[in-house]
Write a protein that binds this ligand. Structure first.
Ligand code: TIU
Length: 225
């Protein structure tokens, strides 16, 4: 279980990590972001781009589970009474439905509603940590730090949506907290391909200023190696 692995093909240079101190964190693979009628679509986005990565994320999750590497899941969602939803977030933009409004998958981005849950293909197993978060970053107003400390995790492998919003925010938060961060390039997606490309470039620029990136197949191979 222990032992250092190396992903030679990682960018901007090979990524070494201890499998025993690593977790995969899957950001916000919720129906509200990837299915029609959810939050993402009400913001005016084409959600089919995000649906396309589900099989690849499933491969990453399966690889982690088979290697005994913990998988952590996050969900961006709010309390039913909206007490954790600042007006600055609710009133932003001009969506067809705002957070808390009733949509075809229940109330938009509200904990416990069908739309706020994780897509069935990537559903957490019993015992896996699931973090409900009111912000874009997964550390803000959550107990994620406590879980990672308890688990002895020092390296995080990132997947999920969207690359430049919740994934990048969480990766930056993790980087500032001292975690080694690797993004699975083909297990993340954005509504805007140019934003995904830019986020990946800025994460690994300046000698991995935020972290590394690698393909899911290379990551899974290293997890098993
Ligand atoms: N999870 C996440 O990225 N939340 C967003 O609102 N993303 C958008 O790109 N809108």
């Amino acid at each position: 279980m222990s032992g250092v692995r190396v992903i030679a093909a990682a960018e901007p240079f090979p990524f070494a990590f201890d499998r025993a101190k690593t977790a995969v964190i899957v950001i916000d693979m919720q129906r509200d972001f990837v299915e029609p009628g959810g939050f993402g679509e009400t913001l005016g986005n084409d959600v089919t781009r995000l649906q396309a990565i589900i099989p690849t994320v499933a491969t990453l999750i399966a690889g982690a589970r088979a290697a005994g590497v913990p998988v952590i899941h996050t969900r961006e969602c709010h309390r039913p009474d909206l007490s954790d939803l600042p007006p600055a977030k609710r009133d932003r933009g001009n969506p067809r439905l705002r957070i808390g409004d009733a949509g075809p998958m229940g109330r938009i981005l509200i904990a416990g509603e069908p739309g706020a849950d994780i897509v069935p293909e990537l559903y957490p197993l019993p015992g896996e940590v699931v973090i409900d978060k009111p912000g874009k970053g997964a550390f803000y107003a959550t107990d994620l730090s406590d879980h990672l400390a308890r688990m002895g995790v020092t390296t995080l492998i990132f997947a999920g949506v969207t690359t430049e919003v919740c994934v990048q925010t969480t990766m930056r938060e993790a980087n500032d907290r001292g975690f080694e961060c690797l993004l699975a390039e083909d297990s993340t997606e954005s509504y805007f391909p140019e934003f995904k490309a830019a986020a990946i470039a800025m994460i690994r620029a300046q000698g991995a200023i935020v972290g590394w990136t690698a393909n899911t197949a290379a990551i899974v191979e290293a997890l098993h190696g």
